[in-house]
Design a protein. Structure first.
Length: 233
């Protein structure tokens, strides 16, 4: 269903790949899918395909291209999980947001005039989705279990468009204190909605694999779909 496209980096340092899927007919809007630390792997490509099947133009940029082009691993394989944890330390969020911005521009240029773009990210991508809401003109953004958001709350004042955050109640990467801090800082912002899901751990909404919790993933994904339907119309 999908194809690989090339997007020029905003800093002029080169170009990066993005996995793109097109809907049947004119897209209703565009969705930018932001990867976990495992790269643009089968799970992320499946999510892109799913958004295209729902009528959206969808793309996932390869955010590790500067130091690990083509990175694509399976979190259910211990050796590959370990590789991902080692390589993630090389990721520069500031450069990642630049690449997200370049992808937003590419998607907007592919839509009919006035078409809107949303972003959805997972794990590392959940934090990037939050930063996308604070640093870009994205029309709506969704983050799933974004580890590290609590360390970037000084940017919360910049959130001026709809942001939806999903957290796992038993997330071993985002402890209760961090989630409370996020809720306290973002709760008063009328643009922000936060959902917490008791009894599940980090990664509950992965496309497949050991970390997935079907019931919780389906609930969170339904909320995300309704959120985009409302704010990207």
């Amino acid at each position: 269903m999908g194809e690989t496209i090339s997007i020029a980096a905003l800093d002029g340092s080169g170009a990066f790949d993005a996995y793109l899927a097109r809907p049947m007919g004119t897209p209703k809007a565009a969705i930018l899918v932001i990867q976990e630390i495992f790269g643009v792997n089968a799970g992320i490509r499946r999510k892109v395909d799913d958004w295209a099947a729902k009528g959206y133009l969808a793309a996932a940029p390869a955010l590790f291209w500067r130091f690990a082009p083509g990175f694509d691993v399976d979190p259910d394989v211990p050796e590959e999980m370990e590789q991902a944890f080692k390589i993630r330390t090389q990721f520069d969020p500031a450069k990642g947001i630049e690449d997200v911005e370049a992808t937003i521009r590419t998607l907007r240029a592919s839509l009919p005039a006035g078409g809107k773009v949303g972003a959805v990210g997972y794990c590392m991508g959940g934090r990037v989705a939050y930063l996308t809401a604070t640093r870009t003109d994205i029309d709506a953004s969704v983050g799933y279990y974004g580890a590290g958001i609590d360390a970037a709350l000084n940017e919360a004042h910049a959130i001026a468009r709809p942001l939806l955050l999903h957290f796992a109640g038993n997330d071993h990467f985002i402890p209760e204190e961090a989630q409370a801090k996020i809720g306290e800082a973002l709760g008063p912002n009328r643009h922000v909605t936060i959902h917490t899901y008791p009894g599940v751990d980090h990664g509950f909404a992965t496309a497949s694999g050991k970390r997935r919790d079907d019931a919780t993933a389906e609930l969170a994904d339904a909320r995300t779909e309704a959120f985009f339907a409302e704010h990207l119309a």
